[in-house]
Design a protein around this ligand. Structure first.
Ligand code: VGL
Ligand code: ZN
Length: 215
């Protein structure tokens, strides 16, 4: 694997309090992604690469919240395959804030998604209508990025959708295997997501291996 660091972006997906232990939609060991991401971000930025972070950023009453629908509970599925979640990452709340241990100093671009009341967004690139851009594609094309390295939360939702879009848009796409954690709802969805990413030509590498490549 040869990486041109000046054309490499590290994308840190949704490392927010609500997806970490104690949060409203806690992913098991979710804060375990922070240490490897911090190491990668520091090295990437210091060598001339770019670092972006995403935030799930929902208005109160968002369509993806079970509480926004009568007679629905988290885990239920409504029209167009929309899974309902507990209220999470509500704009401006502590749950929506980045985890305090995530080092934001190397981050030069922050993308917020899922901010429309009636539209969910898992991917860092497109909202779930698959056509509303978050701006990330244009931004990183202007930065001349060719490789996207990503980690964060959750493996089977926002990381999966972001990695698939990244690959489809033509970026060499690497998922940091020790810097992702999954919701695994419905059960088996992490395994399914991993297989789907592998089939699409997405590369998996652990952070130690990547740090060696970068330095
Ligand atoms: C996510 C479920 C709902 C994620 C966001 O960041 O993976 N999952 N909203
Ligand atoms: Zn969400």
């Amino acid at each position: 694997m040869t990486l041109n660091i000046a054309r490499t972006l590290l994308l840190m997906v949704d490392v927010q309090n609500d997806f970490c232990p104690g949060g409203a939609l806690a992913v098991q060991d979710g804060d375990g992604v922070i240490a490897p991401l911090n190491r990668l971000a520091a090295v990437c930025a210091s060598l001339g690469g770019r670092v972006a972070a995403t935030q799930d950023w929902h208005p109160a009453g968002h369509i993806s919240f079970a509480s926004s629908h009568s007679d629905k509970k988290p885990g239920d599925i409504i029209e167009q395959g929309q899974i309902l979640w507990p209220d999470h990452c509500v704009q401006g709340t502590r749950g929506a804030a980045f985890h305090e241990e995530l080092n934001l100093n190397p981050v030069n671009l922050i993308i917020r998604k899922g901010f429309r009341p009636g539209l969910d967004s898992y991917s860092a690139f497109f909202e779930n209508d698959h056509s509303t851009s978050t701006g990330l594609e244009g931004g990183i094309k202007q930065m001349n990025i060719e490789t996207v390295i990503m980690g964060g939360l959750a493996t089977d939702y926002c990381v999966l959708y972001s990695a698939m879009d990244s690959r489809r848009l033509g970026f060499k796409t690497i998922v940091v295997s020790d810097a992702v954690r999954g919701v695994d709802y419905p059960p088996g969805s992490v395994e399914k997501a991993m297989a789907q990413m592998q089939d699409a030509g997405i590369i998996f590498a652990d952070s130690a291996q990547l740090l060696k490549e970068l330095c």
